[in-house]
Design a protein around this ligand. Structure first.
Ligand code: 13P
Length: 256
């Protein structure tokens, strides 16, 4: 059985004071639901310490939204994986489409970040997904297959226990347009198959695959009800405590 993972990607929202307030609302609202669902909050780096203080001892995990592959040195503006661990992070998101689109990240750079994050002991969410143009031209399978092959190359069997995949169709992110449950399931099944080819069927059955892209309380249950959808990576709705908590609740009560 794969426990669902509901993660809030706060993107470029919430400096420390706002972040503290939002994390507190989520922590207080979560009471009792953590037995069935894993919950992760990923604020901007400057707010990690503030959120870390609030979630400490609550079982809510703390994650960053990206990490650099070097551990130290003359790399102005970057953050290293051991620093995230030192700051209380257990998780990091890698390869988000906004990083790929606006900051030129490639599958190769995702692979380097992933290796560095795993070496520091972090658990990783690796995002994949196609653009609208790619979907409409029938390239979805090829695109996500390449992202997995190149972005997750050289993982050994033990590493997979700390890797979660997130299928985030770019056309569904922040657009209010969600993949249908069938579209999501189709790609999730393909991703599980790819993991199986690389790491074996046992690992594939254990690996969590989240869906991301306009997940809201209204659509969470049908998406999470798909056999290969093991949680959600939530952007906009994670900034509203009651919406985020409703998604956690949907994950707790929906059998996959
Ligand atoms: P939205 O939920 O705002 O569409 O964002 C999804 C996302 O990019 C999560 O990483």
């Amino acid at each position: 059985m794969r426990r669902p993972l509901i993660a809030g990607n706060w993107k470029l929202h919430c400096g420390p004071s706002e972040a503290r307030k939002l994390a507190l609302e989520i922590r207080n609202g979560l009471m009792g639901r953590r037995d069935a669902v894993d919950v992760l909050l990923c604020p901007p780096c400057v707010s990690l310490a503030a959120v870390g203080e609030i979630v400490q001892g609550s079982g809510i995990a703390l994650g960053a939204q990206n990490v650099f592959w070097e551990t130290s040195g003359a790399w102005t503006g970057e953050v290293a994986a051991p620093m995230l661990v030192d700051a209380g992070c257990g998780w990091v998101i890698l390869g988000h489409s906004e990083r790929r689109q606006h900051f030129g990240e490639s599958n190769a750079s995702v692979a380097r970040r992933l290796r560095a994050a795993l070496a520091a002991g972090l658990e990783c969410i690796v995002c994949v997904g196609e653009t609208l143009e790619e979907r409409e031209s029938g390239a979805t399978e090829r695109v996500v297959t390449t992202q997995v092959r190149e972005g997750l190359d050289a993982l050994d069997a033990g590493d997979w226990a700390r890797v979660t995949l997130a299928y985030e169709p770019v056309w569904a992110i922040g657009t209010g347009r969600t993949a249908t449950p069938e579209q999501a399931q189709e790609v999730h099944a393909l991703l599980r198959d790819l993991v199986g080819q690389r790491a074996g069927a046992g690992v594939a059955q254990q690996t969590r695959i989240q869906y991301g892209g306009s997940v809201k309380p209204a659509n969470a249950a049908t998406l999470l009800g798909q056999a290969d959808v093991d949680g959600a990576l939530v952007g906009g709705a994670s900034l509203d405590a009651s919406a985020f908590l409703a998604i956690v609740e949907a994950a707790a009560v929906t059998p996959a």
